[in-house]
Design a protein around this ligand. Structure first.
Ligand code: NAD
Length: 495
């Protein structure tokens, strides 16, 4: 068995360029082996949060006047340093989170791809634009908004922080970032590396519980909130933001459907593997994972058989540092218990539960927050496992009679983040247009179909606004029109 014990690491808060210690700490355990402490993060308070916001507010007075060229240069230096620290970052992420090392590498890869893309496109998207014609001259300025609060969840701590930090800084804002206490370490290392390249107070980092988040979302000096997390927390944040009318980007929960069309071939092993990956990557703890599969009734039994075959090949549960492993433990006990509750509920309602894949190290499996992935066959649309966001290694299959019904069932959700349609490309594209979601992927799903060049976000209760793409930069600026019309007087106004 691979040795899991390492010296615990300690990360600090960063306020106005200074590393700040706290008396009380967050202790982060290793989800593969909870008796091992991976490290400590500060447990910041409301007072620390006020200080960080004040520092960001003060730094904004100067930083707002920096040129876009300077901001891009600084960000590019940070990207280079992150690349140089890739191994250290991904291994720490795997230890504290539970995702296998290849998966942590994937998270860092996506984070850097977006940061690079944001640098590359910033001038075109948020550079000032001057328009001259017979009506006069108009300058479309993209002003920074001010102090931004960025709050991230535990499942993709690095990418869901850098998705906010990169555009916020490129646009000339200052920022206070709060990662989740369930994965605070690697992301704090990443944010420290970025912060080093910027003047003090431009990037501030706090760790802690809701107390920090509540101040970050209600303090009058904060002008914009960029939040990724659960829908319930998103509702609270909307309320907190209302008295001072803050700008909001909210990336919330999802319950993403995958519709298998009658033209889908269950014998297509590659497609089936992509589907399995889109259900179980990161042990299913992804907002945009395919969380319910709709299959034509006539194909159902063959589909289940082929799905199980494909899953048994790909799913290998174990130590995140074992290169044969595809799924590590669930990140925390509460999440594991919740997923188990949904599976038990489906079973009690008559569904069949099929365990998938292989457990590589049974001894370790018993120690950590591991779960053997399950396929839930015979679930009904009204079952909790179909209605709620599982956010873990289980997926239900629901039979449908015709494509109209499949579309209706897919749209029958308070959520609308991503979705996928599988089968003949052209037919799938036509069906995709009928799905209520921010993204619909064809013959692939989840991160496999993500493209940072294009907008990502949800409809309905999956969120407000978009990240990535042009909108992912534009949502960090105020458009300021400076208009110098040739005709200053309007012809229809009497003398
Ligand atoms: P969460 O909502 O519990 O916590 C997210 C963050 O908000 C944490 O940092 C937490 O400390 C903080 N927080 C808690 N209460 C707060 C409050 N009252 N005010 C301000 N901040 C507060 O979410 P989680 O359990 O960390 O993450 C899982 C959820 O995130 C899932 O629902 C998942 O779908 C969602 N998610 C969405 C996306 C997306 O892009 N749409 C991406 C990843 C995860």
């Amino acid at each position: 068995m691979i040795e899991l014990v390492h010296e615990p690491v300690t990360v600090h808060a960063l306020i106005n360029g200074e590393k700040v210690d706290t008396k009380d700490k967050i202790t982060r355990e290793n989800p593969s082996n909870p008796s091992e402490i991976v490290g400590y993060a500060p447990l910041n308070t409301k007072e620390d949060t006020v200080r960080a916001i004040d520092a960001a507010d003060e730094a904004f007075k100067t930083w707002r006047n920096s040129s876009l060229e300077e901001r891009i240069e600084r960000m590019e230096r940070a990207i280079k340093k992150l690349r140089d620290s890739e191994k250290e970052i991904t291994e720490l992420l795997s230890r504290e989170h539970g995702k296998p090392v290849y998966d942590s590498g994937g998270e860092l890869y996506v984070s850097l791809a977006w940061m690079e893309h944001a640098c590359k496109t910033a001038k075109d998207v948020i550079g000032d634009d001057v328009r001259e014609d017979e009506n006069g001259t108009t300058i479309i300025k993209h002003d920074p908004i001010g102090v931004v609060s960025a709050i991230a969840p535990w499942n993709y701590p690095i990418s869901l922080s850098t998705i906010k930090v990169a555009p916020a800084l490129l646009a000339g804002n200052t920022i206070v970032v709060k990662p989740s206490p369930l994965a605070p370490l690697a992301v704090t290392v990443v944010l420290d590396i970025i912060a080093e390249e910027f003047p003090p107070g431009v990037v501030n980092v706090l760790n802690g519980e809701a107390e920090v988040g509540i101040e970050l979302t209600s303090n009058p000096k904060v002008m914009k909130i960029a939040f990724t997390g659960g829908t319930e927390t998103g509702r609270k944040i909307m309320e907190a933001a209302a008295p001072t009318v803050k700008e909001l980007t909210l990336e919330l929960g999802g319950n993403d459907p995958a519709i298998m069309l009658p033209s889908f071939d269950p014998n297509d092993e590659k497609a089936m593997r992509r589907l399995v990956v889109s259900n179980f990557l990161t042990a299913g703890e992804i907002c945009m994972i395919a969380k319910r599969i709709y299959v034509p009734r006539s194909m159902h039994d063959l589909f289940v058989e082929k799905y199980i075959e494909a899953a048994n090949k790909w799913v290998r549960v174990g130590d995140p540092f074992n290169s044969d492993v595809t799924l590590g433990p669930v990140n925390n006990k509460k999440q594991k218990d919740y997923v188990q509750e949904l599976v038990d509920d489906a079973k009690a309602n008559g569904a069949e539960i099929h365990k998938l894949g292989e457990i590589l190290d049974p001894e370790l499996f018993e120690k950590g927050y591991f779960m053997q992935p399950t396929l839930v066959v015979g679930a009904k649309q009204e079952d909790r496992i179909v209605k709620e966001e599982q956010f873990g290694p289980t997926v239900p299959i629901i039979a449908y009679d015709d494509v109209d019904e499949a579309v209706q069932l897919a749209n029958d959700s308070i959520f609308g983040l991503t979705s996928s349609v599988w089968g003949d490309d052209q037919e799938a594209i036509e069906v995709a247009a009928r799905i209520e979601a921010g993204t619909t992927m064809i013959n692939t799903a989840a991160i496999q179909g993500l493209d940072v060049r294009y907008e990502f976000g949800g409809v309905k209760q999956s969120g407000v606004g978009r990240e990535y793409g042009e909108q992912g930069l534009k949502s960090y600026v105020n458009i300021h029109i400076i208009n110098n019309p040739n005709t200053k007087d309007l012809p229809h106004i009497p003398e």
